[in-house]
Design a protein around this ligand. Structure first.
Ligand code: NAG
Ligand code: NAG
Ligand code: NAG
Ligand code: NAG
Ligand code: ZN
Length: 509
């Protein structure tokens, strides 16, 4: 009882103190984490030692073993764990393979507390020492303050940081500030087969009492400044097929007397973007959300090394010079990229051929609030108009083999406010509010199906080397990340309570 009272008092203190300095409770937690660094590293070492590579079917057993190890760890914390089966997959040789299970776990069911669901994955990309690693990829090795090993950052380190944070509350016999749910998969690196269906199947049961979903599977934009990710772009891919006759022709025999399909196609592709990168399809920008002053300010404060990024790209000049324009064009404006032409001669040397059927491939990165079916219609209409002006007898066919919607979170909501507060406490600074220009379906998938608020909450710095040689998480990121998650639990509990109180007052008024 005395303990509970003191915790309540500490919580009250946490509520009063400015969010930039740690409360007594937080300091107690931080101290515990600092004192147990070796244990937290030891378990990361054990997890990294499991070659849970989901890309190579022969290692499926190892992925399954990894899931079982994690399940046992969660059970030891008192969680109820289900290893959900995802069925089998067909191998190229016709054999079927049992897919590794997915972990669904829950800890705590107090209706007074918010329920936070954490998503992570424990499978990894392939890695061999011969690929150019300086150390064995499956032996976690510390050097210069970094912990090197496959999965250290993507995604075993962040999953463990979360679990370590929960464990800290338990070890200190503190009241858990929130109820926890975990959804941890072993097939992320191969596109998460079965995940969407599982989320749909479990939506009524597992997700019904979830209030917030947190994903920690991406990186900061810089090496020093923490970040929160609040958006990803979608994409829509197009095939533009131009067909003349039935077979390729000789340019000596037919060159000069026919409408060549590839000439039509290049004219079509050339009509898509101008020299400044602007997409020329009429109406394409109509639904793009308007840039507000508030949003504009977000880009100004983001720490982003333009020269470094240019260096990585290897090009001499970007379309834009200033940081804000570059960030906005990577994240919040659509872009169009031409990827290639199927059916065109591309081997070294010369072949005097007239390809008779060519398929141009391009895609548009979509942003809020572009609508896939409207974009599809606009693109088709435009290409048909351009094509019809050429009076070509060839046949044009435009199709959309793949599309995915963008994702955007409200950075003013409880999740983001709590995470910002936690970052301020642990790092003493405000986070970079960032988006990702690529398409990461997971956040959108959770949001669309469960209708809960979703946040991407990275703890690793930009040069973690995910998917690459010498992947690492810095020692400091691993422990600061653990402290960050623990602080976040307290923050979200506090905000959630305030929210409940406010809504109770509203209903009683
Ligand atoms: C760009 O790369 C070169 C060579 O790799 C390096 O010398 C230079 O410092 C880099 N510049 C920046 C701004 O990162
Ligand atoms: C996209 O536009 C179509 C056609 O106007 C409309 O039917 C559909 O509801 C829109 N979709 C979304 C997600 O707004
Ligand atoms: C977000 O919150 C800030 C500060 O409370 C407020 O000024 C701003 O209008 C809010 N923005 C949105 C989009 O709700
Ligand atoms: C959203 O979820 C609904 C219902 O599960 C599904 O039919 C739809 O295709 C999903 N849309 C996107 C854009 O993911
Ligand atoms: Zn990952």
């Amino acid at each position: 009882m005395i303990l509970i009272v003191s915790v309540v008092m500490l919580l009250l203190e946490a509520g009063r103190s400015s969010s930039s300095s740690a409360s007594g409770l937080e300091n107690q937690i931080f101290q515990y984490i600092d004192l147990h660094q070796n244990e937290f590293i030891k378990i990361l070492k054990e997890w990294v030692a499991v070659e849970s590579d989901s890309v190579q079917p022969r290692l499926t057993q190892e992925v399954t073993r990894m899931m079982e190890i994690a399940a046992a760890r969660l059970q030891a914390l008192g969680a109820t764990v289900e290893l959900a089966q995802l069925g089998t997959s067909q191998l190229p040789d016709g054999q079927s393979l049992l897919l590794p299970p997915l972990i669904l776990a829950e800890l705590g069911k107090d209706p007074q507390k918010p329920t936070v669901c954490f998503y992570g994955h424990l499978d990894v990309q392939p890695a061999k020492k011969e690929d150019g690693w300086e150390t064995d990829p499956y032996t976690l090795t510390e050097s210069d303050g970094n912990l090197y090993g496959r999965g250290a950052s993507d995604n075993k380190g962040p999953v463990l940081a979360w679990i370590n944070a929960v464990e800290t509350f338990k070890a200190l016999k503190l009241d858990m500030p929130v109820n926890f749910k975990f959804i941890i998969e072993g097939l992320e690196e191969v596109g998460s087969p079965g995940l969407e269906k599982l989320i749909k199947d479990k939506n009524q049961l597992f997700f019904s009492d979830v209030d917030y979903i947190v994903i920690s599977d991406n990186l900061w934009l810089s090496n020093r400044k923490p970040a929160l990710t609040y958006g990803t772009r979608g994409s829509i891919c197009f095939f533009v097929e131009v067909q003349g006759g039935e077979r390729d022709l000789h340019s000596g025999t037919f060159g000069g007397i026919i409408h060549e399909p590839i000439t039509d196609l290049i004219a079509l592709l050339d009509s898509l973007v101008d020299i400044s990168g602007r997409i020329l399809i009429p109406g394409i920008y109509d639904d793009v959300s308007i840039l507000t002053e508030e949003e504009k300010k977000l880009y100004e404060s983001v720490e982003f090394d333009v020269e470094g990024h240019k260096n990585i790209s290897g090009v001499k000049k970007f379309l834009y010079d200033n940081k804000e324009e570059i960030l906005m064009n990577m994240w919040r404006y659509p872009s169009l990229s031409i990827h290639g032409i199927e059916g065109a001669f591309h081997e070294p040397g010369i072949k005097t051929v007239i390809p008779i059927r060519v398929i141009g491939k391009f895609s548009i990165r979509l942003v809020p609030h572009m609508n896939i079916s409207i974009v599809e219609h606009q693109v088709k209409q435009y290409l048909e108009d351009i094509f019809s002006k050429r009076s070509s007898p060839n046949k044009l066919m435009v199709s959309v083999p793949l599309s995915a919607v963008p994702w955007l979170a409200d950075i003013n909501n409880t999740l983001y406010t709590a995470a910002k507060g936690a970052i301020k406490t642990v790092f003493g600074q405000d986070p970079d509010m960032i988006r990702d220009g690529s398409t990461i379906p997971i956040a959108r998938m959770f949001q669309n199906i469960t209708k809960k608020s979703v946040m991407m909450f990275p703890i690793g710095d930009a040069d973690a080397g995910e998917h690459s040689q010498n992947e690492k998480i810095s020692r400091s990121n691993y422990f600061q990340g653990t402290k960050l998650f623990a602080t976040f639990f307290l923050e979200i509990a506090k905000l959630h309570e305030q929210l409940q109180e406010a809504s109770t007052m509203k209903t009683t008024n």
